[in-house]
Design a protein around this ligand. Structure first.
Ligand code: F6R
Length: 609
């Protein structure tokens, strides 16, 4: 949700900011803007639209030339995407960029209006610029910032420049990520590390209620009282390549192709002597034996990864698992407490609802375990236990490889859980682990069949609506397959448990409506095929994704993608099967002329409720 950058150093500031914004565009792409000191003057250029529109504007109107400035790429919350609502916002003496939501902006706006301030935009962010100016009476930037922060409610990461200080960039955060990049004679602020990875791997994480000042002497950190504080310097493990497309036309396709590798890495990280070992994260068999119940809470794709985990954990460990959407969990007064394990799953580790659910679970006395891809994120740092998934940088808005490493991790946890609770013996633990270790190869096999997935996509492009159906784990997959397809192809899609169809939704089935039937679970495959036949009898165009030995009467499936899963345990079928669904979604998006990396209305890392 919005990306911010800031730079102070010898390089051309506009180029550094634009480079950084390109790496952060996954956070929002409704509009973009920069403000750069040209001598003593601040020159601001901003425009509605993606970063490409901003580049064109800079080309047309000339780029600001300077060495200090801030930039922003927006996902609109308050006020439509427009030039005037684009960041940076300024009132003359103070210019800011903001990521987050100022919840009390209306009341602050009223107060500031009474003080004589006028507002140009409909954004909540503009009040921050005015409030900073209001507290800047003593011409002390740090004082203005600390006083302003005390008045703000909501979440924010702010980049701030003061007209009187052409060689300073300030930043502050509460609830939204902000990282300080430390280079040789140059420093950066950014919402995420890739924005400055090209220049430095060294960084400092700003915590809530902390402020940083970049000036020619380096970066200095302050608390809310304006007192100087020391911060730990860290080094990023990612390299620049990860932030590039490396010859793929889109990040999404690159990330789909990375799945065999990242799943393999995840397995290498956890499997020791042929079995999952979680002691490196502080998770022992004793601890696992002690939990009465498990809750998994997350949003979107991460929540659907939780659904796969529910089937695996309940089936193997015989422990009750409840999966809740995080935005529901946090307000439902959940009956959770001591003795319960609450697992939160998140790629970004910044999702507002997931973070709030984690905080609530901790407050209620549960043990919290985070399965998180971004190691330095708030969720990773706040959970009692954190298992860092090794998906690497995921840039495409639609999550693919993060989902695969999430389910890999959760499978391994389910195996260990089952062993710790005496539900499976060591032989079975090793057998399941070995099976899981074979999935990277099966995912590669699916990737090799991209052409067939593209062919299936070509049969969907002209439809307005379609269905996914499946039972058990195939139902969990249907939900994720449907989400992936709708978010990047914009085809309306619904996922149903196959047996539920005739309790209402079958009324929507008519001639040529595509129904994608997923049938990898052998104990229910015949039932699923019967449901498939029911829709076929009503004119549906049936596309079946199944094990190669699934037996279907001639003419019942219009198209089949037979997956050669060999002896793979049904429990693990979601890993290779999902890859086919991701490819179908990807090609549907391409064939409809969309940008799969930046689907409309969406942004990665949802830091607002
Ligand atoms: C869909 C997608 C989203 C995210 C969801 C949670 O492709 O990416 O549904 O899964 O917004 O995000 P994280 O995992 O960052 O908490």
């Amino acid at each position: 949700m919005c990306g911010i950058v800031g730079y102070l150093g010898a390089r051309d500031c506009t180029s550094v900011l634009m480079d950084g914004l390109e790496k952060l565009e996954y956070r929002g792409y409704d509009s973009a803007g920069i403000a750069v000191f040209e001598g003593a003057e601040i020159k601001t250029v901003k425009t509605r639209g993606k970063l490409a529109a901003m580049s064109e504007k800079l080309e047309r109107e000339g780029s600001p030339k300077g060495h200090c400035g801030i930039g922003h790429t927006r996902w609109a919350t308050h006020g439509e995407p427009s030039d005037v609502n684009s960041h940076p916002h300024s009132n003359g003496r103070v210019t800011i960029v903001h990521n987050g939501i100022i919840e009390n902006y209306a009341e602050l706006k009223e107060f500031l209006t009474e003080q004589g301030y006028t507002f140009l935009s409909q954004t909540d962010s503009e009040v921050v610029a005015c409030l900073l100016d209001y507290y800047y009476a003593e011409r002390n930037p740090l004082h203005a910032i600390t006083e302003t922060l005390k008045e703000l409610r909501g979440s924010y990461a702010l980049g701030i420049i003061f007209k009187d200080f052409p060689e300073r960039v300030y930043a502050a955060r509460f609830g939204s990520p902000l990282i300080v990049g430390l280079g040789e004679g140059e420093n950066f602020i950014a919402s995420d590390i890739p924005a400055f990875l090209k220049y430095t791997k060294d960084y400092v994480l700003l915590d809530d209620n902390e402020i940083v000042r970049l000036d020619p002497n380096g970066a200095r950190f302050f608390d809310l009282h304006g007192m100087s504080i020391e911060k730990e310097r860290q080094t990023a493990e990612w390299d620049v390549e990860q932030a590039q497309k490396c010859g793929f036309p889109h990040y999404m396709l690159k990330e789909i192709h990375e799945q065999p590798d990242v799943v393999g890495k995840m397995l290498d990280g956890i499997v020791k002597d042929g079995e999952p070992d979680f002691t490196q994260f502080g998770v022992t068999d004793d601890m696992l034996r002690g939990f009465r119940r498990v809750f998994i809470t997350a949003c979107g794709t991460a929540m659907y990864a939780g659904m796969v985990a529910k089937y695996a954990m309940e089936r193997l460990a015989r422990v009750p698992v409840t999966v809740e959407i995080a935005s529901e969990f946090r307000y439902m007064e959940p009956i959770v407490g001591e003795g319960d394990l609450v697992i939160v799953v998140s790629q970004s580790g910044e999702t507002a609802d997931t973070k709030a659910s984690l905080e609530l679970a901790k407050e209620l006395g549960a043990t919290t375990l985070a399965v998180v891809n971004v190691k330095y994120s708030a969720i990773a740092r706040e959970a009692d236990i954190c298992i860092n998934t090794l998906g690497g940088l995921e840039i495409a808005v639609a999550s693919t490889k993060a989902y695969s490493v999430q389910i890999t991790t959760l499978y391994l946890l389910a195996f260990r859980f089952a062993f710790a609770r005496g539900e499976i013996d060591e032989n079975e633990l090793k057998r399941l682990t070995e099976q899981l270790c074979g999935t990277p190869k099966l995912i590669s096999d699916v990737i090799e069949r991209s052409d067939e997935c593209q062919f299936i996509a070509s049969k969907l492009v002209n439809t307005e609506t379609l269905f996914f159906i499946g039972r058990g784990l195939d139902y969990a997959l249907s939900l994720e397959g449907s989400l992936k397809l709708k978010e990047i192809s914009y085809i309306h899609s619904e996922a149903y448990a196959a047996g539920e169809l005739k309790h209402g939704p079958i009324a929507l089935i008519q001639q040529n409506i595509p129904v994608i039937t997923i049938a990898t679970q052998r104990h229910v495959v015949e039932k699923t095929i019967s449901n498939m036949e029911e829709v076929k009898a009503r004119g549906a165009n049936v596309i079946m994704i199944c094990r190669e030995d699934a037996r279907v009467a001639d003419g019942k499936a219009d198209l089949r993608l037979d997956l050669a899963l060999g002896e793979l345990d049904d429990l693990l079928a979601p890993l290779p099967t999902m890859c086919a669904l991701q490819l179908i979604a990807y090609y549907s998006s391409i064939l409809r002329g969309n940008d799969p990396d930046k689907p409309r209305n969406l942004a990665k890392s949802v830091t607002t409720e």
